[in-house]
Design a protein around this ligand. Structure first.
Ligand SMILES: Cc1ncc(COP(=O)(O)O)c(C=O)c1O
Length: 467
């Protein structure tokens, strides 16, 4: 047990509760009981971390979480102070707060789970405040439904978001709210393909898309990935649609080169075909300038853009969106009439408000910073401890890193060992159609703190020695 001089706080290293949660729990209790009155200045993160002998980023994560829950207020350049507790209590619920109490405790993801956001960082207070405001000021908007393409205010907010973050110039009329990317893909296929058409899919690639294409009776043409990204379909394939992940290839990582993007756009123009850009986690770029979306590059002529709130906000919201080229808006309308609306309407006005008030981008910047630190931690450990087993590339983006294994290791075996030890390590070969050159481990880093990642990496090391 390690003690800090500040308020005699101690961390329990034998506990299963992550250290940042222990810090959060302690400060919450102190704030609620009044031991820490409003305005109390917390110790600087560096001092607190040194006192406890833990990494500074753990303290930063705890402070940011408490800020998101409304217990602390962060002031640029002058640290964090305790907020008035009236601000975090739900009206009429006594001392219950918006924090993750034992009843509502969010379990951490399994170590290395891919594409998994850390739901413990969810901005409970801001989201609750927004929902409450919409319920009070415009309750009918949550029940309105009606439009096949979703809540117009949310479509406007998305058009602003993709303009600022992804370089796409679209009007709200082109934005369609979906129940995530699989729903979006179904609408795309209905809007532009007929049974028997061919579809080009990346190899390795996202599996639900493959299942979906085969359920719809589409002939699949697999597109290998080279140093520039996915290769073009062969002439004889007559693909009507290709689905690409140009910002960050799934699952390998890495962005498609500008020249390859242009080749795809020309290919689509010449073949009267369409490109679907699945931009599933593009907001998570950790250094350098963001790479604009392909749909922006193409001015939305032949590219249909798909985005999701699953990674940036919450998977359980089940909301995503699609941006249609002007010339396809009518086709999408007819397709949606046939399929029916699957996206839930009720949270849409609140999400629109959340985006327009700037809370969404504040949350996005906050989690991106935390994920960036976790990513750095993972890469340092891979460099230090895993180079005898394989190699990796730093793509400075995304939610996972691939450790490409030396041929003496089989990814399925290591993955099975890891599963036996309670981890979720996806084998790379699972995402391909049998190409033996894809032998690796896909290591998600967003859902676990550095301490949790550290423990999991120790366990993963033992999987190699036991193989
Ligand atoms: C390539 C790819 N596209 C899209 C998604 C997200 O899908 P959804 O919006 O349905 O959650 C994922 C999720 O992991 C993914 O890996």
């Amino acid at each position: 047990m390690k003690l800090t001089s500040w308020l005699a706080f101690s961390i329990d290293r034998t506990s299963k509760t992550p250290i940042f949660e222990q810090i959060c729990g302690f400060i919450r209790e102190q704030a609620i009981s009044g031991e820490l009155p409003e305005g109390t200045r917390l110790p600087p993160t560096r001092v607190f971390a040194t006192d406890l002998g833990i990494s500074r980023s753990t303290v930063v994560t705890a402070y940011e979480q408490l800020e998101a829950e409304g217990y602390l207020q962060g002031l640029r350049g002058s640290g964090y102070t305790v907020c008035a507790m009236g601000q975090v209590e739900l009206q009429g619920q006594g001392t219950r707060t918006l924090s993750a109490t034992s009843e509502t405790k969010v379990e951490p993801a399994k170590p290395f789970e891919i594409s998994q956001a850390d739901l413990r960082l969810f901005p409970h207070r801001q989201w609750a405040t927004t929902v409450k405001r919409v319920c009070r000021t415009n309750p009918q908007s949550m029940l309105a439904g009606g439009s096949l393409f979703g809540c117009f205010e949310l479509r406007e907010a998305i058009a602003d978001h993709v303009s600022e973050w992804r370089g796409i110039n679209a009007s709200a009329h082109q934005v369609i709210i979906t129940a995530g990317s699989t729903d979006a893909l179904e609408i795309c296929v209905r809007a532009v393909c007929k049974t028997g058409d061919a579809i080009g899919l990346e190899e390795p690639g996202y599996l639900p898309v493959r299942r979906f294409a085969s359920d719809y009776g589409l002939a699949t043409s697999f597109l290998n990935i080279d140093g520039n990204g996915a290769e073009l379909p062969s002439q004889g394939d007559h693909a009507r649609l290709v689905v690409l992940t140009p910002s960050q290839q799934f699952p390998l990582g890495g962005a498609m080169s500008p020249s390859r993007r242009l080749e795809f756009i020309h290919w689509a123009e010449e073949n009267n075909a369409w490109v679907v850009e699945d931009d599933y986690d593009s907001e998570f770029r950790y250094s350098g300038r963001p790479i604009p979306a392909m749909a922006g590059f193409d001015c939305l002529k032949r590219t249909i853009y798909i985005g999701s709130f699953s990674k940036t906000f919450s998977n359980s919201l089940r909301l995503g969106y699609m941006i249609a080229p002007e010339g396809l808006v009518e086709n999408f309308h007819s397709a949606m009439k046939q399929i029916g609306v699957k996206a839930s309407y009720m949270p849409q006005p609140a999400l629109a408000e959340f985006m327009k008030s700037g809370e969404f981008h504040r949350h996005l910047r906050r989690v991106r910073r935390t994920y960036g630190e976790r990513r750095k931690f993972l890469l340092n450990r891979l460099e230090r401890d895993f180079t005898d087993f394989g190699s990796f590339k730093d793509h400075q983006a995304g939610m996972q890193v691939v450790l490409h294994l030396n041929s003496r290791f089989e990814d399925f075996r290591i993955s099975q060992h890891a599963a036996d030890k309670g981890m979720s390590v996806q084998p790379l070969s699972y995402y391909s159609t049998g190409d033996l050159s894809h032998n690796g481990l896909i290591l998600g880093f967003c859902g676990s703190t550095e301490e949790e990642l550290g423990r999991a990496l120790d366990l993963l090391l033992s999987c190699f020695s036991e193989t």
